[in-house]
Design a protein around this ligand. Structure first.
Ligand code: HEC
Ligand code: HEC
Length: 195
């Protein structure tokens, strides 16, 4: 069921079988005027619990916008936004944000916590999907340098089932056994990840 739905919505978003052309970054930049108030200038969020989008993966962004639009990912702030987006907008926005440079890594104010996070990431094999640099690939999100408060929220949302996630619900299975202590260490580590 879930796989079928996901396949359908992705086909919609990426325009499989349609005559739509390549993504238009300039059009994406223009459409992103709708987003800047929350996701920040240059896609770098300055607001709690709102993710940065700069350098996020094109495919991941497109999937998430489709999930919001389909209602399989729910968020009160994103809901009225996605209602205004057609498939071309989604494709252009994905290309635009993916083209932006990522946020500069912040100075680590708690290296001991990062060390615990690094150990947890090895133990839980986070890099096996997110890649060794945590820059992600395809529909697997970039998590390196993401806001710590948002990473905390995302991991808690997967753990409690508020967010199911795509790609065969990989993250729900990953997050379920994580302790709150591990979640805090992982979020801190990834937010300050610096190569
Ligand atoms: C009113 C504030 C607001 C506006 C405007 C807004 N967003 Fe969001 N967006 C959010 C919040 C809050 C979240 C986090 C949702 C959650 O916690 O699950 C989010 C999440 C996302 C995500 C998921 C990112 C991730 O790392 O999981 C994408 C992609 C996204 N927004 C794209 C956009 C785009 C593109 C626009 C403009 C067309 C936009 N947003 C406008 C508040 C906003
Ligand atoms: C089996 C592959 C896999 C493994 C292992 C994995 N992830 Fe993920 N992760 C994904 C996928 C796929 C997504 C996108 C899911 C979605 O659509 O919500 C994701 C999303 C995330 C997000 C949300 C990012 C965002 O911007 O919304 C965070 C945070 C995250 N993973 C952290 C981790 C951590 C920490 C670990 C190790 C404890 C881990 N992941 C292990 C596949 C994986």
């Amino acid at each position: 069921m879930r796989v079928a739905l996901v396949a359908t919505v992705l086909a919609l978003a990426v325009g499989c079988g349609s005559s739509v052309g390549a993504a238009d970054i300039a059009a994406g930049r223009q459409k992103a005027e709708l987003c800047v108030g929350c996701h920040g200038e240059g896609g770098i969020s300055q607001m709690d619990n709102i993710p940065s989008l700069a350098a996020q993966l094109d495919q991941f962004i497109q999937w998430q916008l489709v999930f919001f639009r389909a209602g399989t990912r729910k968020n009160e702030q994103m809901q009225p936004i996605v209602e205004q987006l057609n498939n071309d907008d989604i494709r252009n926005l994905g290309a635009y944000y993916a083209s932006l440079p990522p946020a500069k890594p912040r100075a680590d104010d708690d290296p001991d916590l990062s060390k615990k996070g690094a150990q947890a990431a090895v133990g839980r094999r986070c890099a096996s999907c997110h890649t060794d640099t945590y820059a992600g690939t395809k529909a697997v999100a970039r998590v390196a340098g993401q806001r710590e408060d948002y990473l905390l929220k995302a991991l808690r949302d997967y753990k409690t089932g508020v967010r199911a996630g795509g790609a065969m619900a990989a993250m729900a299975d990953v997050a379920f056994p994580l302790s709150e202590e591990e979640i805090e260490a992982l979020a801190h580590y990834l937010a300050h990840f610096n190569g």
